[in-house]
Design a protein around this ligand. Sequence first.
Ligand code: ADP
Ligand code: MG
Ligand code: MG
Length: 922
Amino acid sequence: MAAQRWVYAFSEGDGKDKKLLGGKGANLCEMTQIGLNVPPGFVITTQACLDYLAHAERQLPEGLPDEIRTHIRRLEQQTGKVFGGADNPLLVSVRSGSAMSMPGMMDTILNLGLNEDTLSGLIHQTGNERFGWDAYRRFIQLFGHVALGIADTHFDEHFDAIKRQAGVKADIGLDAEHLEEICRLFLEVVEEQTGRPFPRDPYQQLELAVKAVFNSWTGKRAVDYRRQFNITPEMANGTAVNVVTMVFGNMGNDCATGVGFTRDPGTGENVMFGEYLVNAQGEDVVAGIRTPKPVSAMADEMPEMYRQLVELRNKLESHYREVQDFEYTIERGTLYCLQTRNGKMNAAARVRTSVEMTNEGLLSREEALLRVEPDMLEQLLHPRLDPEHKSTPVATGLPASPGAAAGKAVFDADRAELLGRAGQKVILVREETKPEDIHGFFASEGILTSRGGKTSHAAVVARGMGKPCVAGAEGIVVNVKARMAAVGETTFQEGDTLTIDGTTGNVYIGEIATVDPEFSDNLKTLLAWSDAVARLKVMANADTPAAAQKAVDYGAQGIGLCRTERMFNAVDRLPVVVEMILADTLEERRDTLDKLLPMQRGDFKEIFRVMSPRPVTVRLLDPPMHEFLPTEAQLLEELEHLQKLHVTMQGVGELVGSLRLLRPGARHTDMPAPFDVLNAELVAEAIAKKRQMLNKVRVLYEVNPMLGHRGVRLGITYPEIYRMQIQAVLEAAAELQREGIDVIPEIMVPQVISPEELKIVKQYTEEVQQQVERHYDVSLNYRFGTMMETVRSTLRAERIAGYADFFSFGTNDLTQAAFSFSREDAENKFLPQYIARGILRDNPFEALDYNGVLKLMEIAVKDGRKVRPDLKVGICGEHGGHPASIRHCHHIDLSYVSCSAPRVPVARLAAAQARLTEEEYQ
Ligand code: ADP
Ligand code: MG
Ligand code: MG
């Protein structure tokens, strides 16, 4: 067996093998091999590092020292310099670099090989004494710190003292004598701190440096970093060491060093971006010792060098076909490239470069689509906090609905509406929200609650409206009566300005500027390419005409879920809905339903009009009735107040009588105003109504309402409610059809468990259809289908498909049902531990559960299509906007995914990527 090889020259190493050579090393090899000007050097492999670390006494693996000598000798031949030579010394840098970039986590030593002999050679050779001593003092400190473990403060003290003596601020102001003195002091520091003289032998220096870099892999900094960013050994194991011939950016004013991006990573614009420093060594740019100049200044200052830099940039991009983040040094008119890696960019820049690099012929459309992380796109669709802000949050809750907003804190929905209408920006702050707060949502910029999870009322409604929401910020104690809230030591009053960031969950006191989203032309182009590739269609979940319009703007191909109960919650509707629920007889209920019918028809017409000619899936009423009523506790409290008021009003009535005695001539209009409206009868009437509600609330009480009388169960027991809704949908369609507007309504029945249920509702639908068609003299084009959100429905899909034109997986409920978890309880109590301990890989409410829920879906799709090969099948749970889940949906051959409007662009790109990577799906 051939002995293990530990070292590769840059001219030999495989530029694709980042695992073995580290990212930096692999790219140095690759750049060398494509003819870029890289100083000669070699890479010691990550395998050598692992071997070294595994050794009980941490010894270099056998054979490595010899290989290093061989490669140093090759460097000597290539450069004509000698390692440790006094005439023409070879100096090197020793640089870390693992498979994953871990900026600043491990160390680099520059100018290795210096000692008194080689230093005098260097000075003699360059004729630059100052440069020589400067290089030496840097080396002693870096080596002392990195390889010998001496704290920087020991060196910095001396350095600062000399600067003070010399009366200079920056190191550039020091002359050769100062630097020589510094070197002398630094060597003393090393001897004091280690008890030994500074190592003179360059090979010994090199060996110590290599070991130090290897050791830094298990240093606290690096270990913490890997934990923080979930870098597993599969991703990066051990660090390579790169030994690179030194080139000098600090030999004079014809020298420089710089870092740059081949394009602007903030905007994506195709302009070289970066900074450089004249007469400086690599680390000075980042260390902020002097203020660097923008790279554009080089065009005037060093025009020939700038031309070479542009050439380097072009070569890097055309070779890597990706924006590069690179480091370079100019030594006396020669440009060297010292590092390159793929550039990190924000979402806007990624999108723009993807489109532009495709148009420039650098990338194919497929590559352009695969290069953008779908989740990133959401950044572009919500207002964000000004990235420059420096404020610290006072509290942190759950990031329940993304985006940032600032406004005056307001503690109840009515006040929010009042101020909102008056044109003020407000943030609704509540302990938790209820359906009757809905008007406050409309009026607010954002919602903040101190209780509740990501599926609390506040979170769900805010997401549906696309408004920022921070939920469950438990540090905030809201006192509605006192109109103030406490957060730890601080308090804020109603009217004080708050800023919330629903993307992070942070809450700030005071106003932080926000940056508006833009749906750029580049994003539109990229998404149009996505649509052309994707097999899955993307629909939106939208309940209002405004949300529907947003969905269209974001490119949704229809509405996959329109929830009708949201319409019931509107301020003018809720009282009618309550009346309907309170109705004791069928007649009474029909009367109130007659009032609701035109309202719902109007809603549907507006939504259909916006969406025409795209399909709109309307879900019939789903939640349990009592959700529209106040709670028992609330009613009891209100009743108590009213009863007290009643007694008071009786007293007031007596006062009115007495007033007449006191002022015999006074007319009715002279009486104080409140007496006109507030009278005992009115209060008595209110009490009667509240009592009636209380009784109804008690009648409707359910032990487990989410598993109780809701969805199609309501539709079966109160057919008039579903009939009214079906009528509203079909009449809206008929009226628009007569206006010449194409609409395709889809009626969707929730919570179905058996084909029989669907058969019954389908019957109502056909009866209503006939009436509507007769009445409007049209022939309707609509579809009838079911939500698949119970386990049983997925197992009865074959029969259910007999009554359905489409299925839509409600994966929120289906996940709860498959796991027998309630989401709120799971997420608040045990799920985090389940994930931490590896019992579950992901939160199944965020990432579609591959091993359970997806299996059920697969069964339903297969069985349903046995009966109806053209069955349209989609998903409308929150998973419909989650890229990894979308990939599963593609795999089981769904027809579409549906998600909230701001996720639509994310889903469109994810659908394209699912198609492009279908071969790799496992
Ligand atoms: P990091 O990974 O922290 O960027 P590097 O290994 O890239 O560390 O090195 C730190 C600095 O030293 C960089 O600015 C780099 O360009 C510079 N540098 C590294 N090797 C050399 C060399 N052989 N000649 C000149 N400068 C170098
Ligand atoms: Mg670097
Ligand atoms: Mg549901």
